[in-house]
Design a protein around this ligand. Structure first.
Ligand SMILES: [Zn+2]
Length: 57
């Protein structure tokens, strides 16, 4: 089975589940993988979370 995913906006890895986040209220929305989200969210009081997006295979 081929792995179908979408690239993370931060690290570029293809994942099937991405988190929609803003690093601050003026930044563009990004779709990032779980590991990038975990790096960004705890260190950033201004970040905003916009839900999870699943890639359709
Ligand atoms: Zn990533």
């Amino acid at each position: 089975m081929a792995f179908h995913g979408k690239p993370c906006d931060t690290c570029g890895h293809c994942v099937t589940l991405r988190y929609r986040i803003q690093s601050n209220s003026h930044a563009p929305w990004q779709l990032v993988c779980a590991s990038c989200w975990k790096q960004i969210a705890p260190n950033n009081p201004d970040y905003r979370y916009g839900g999870t997006w699943k890639a359709k295979s």
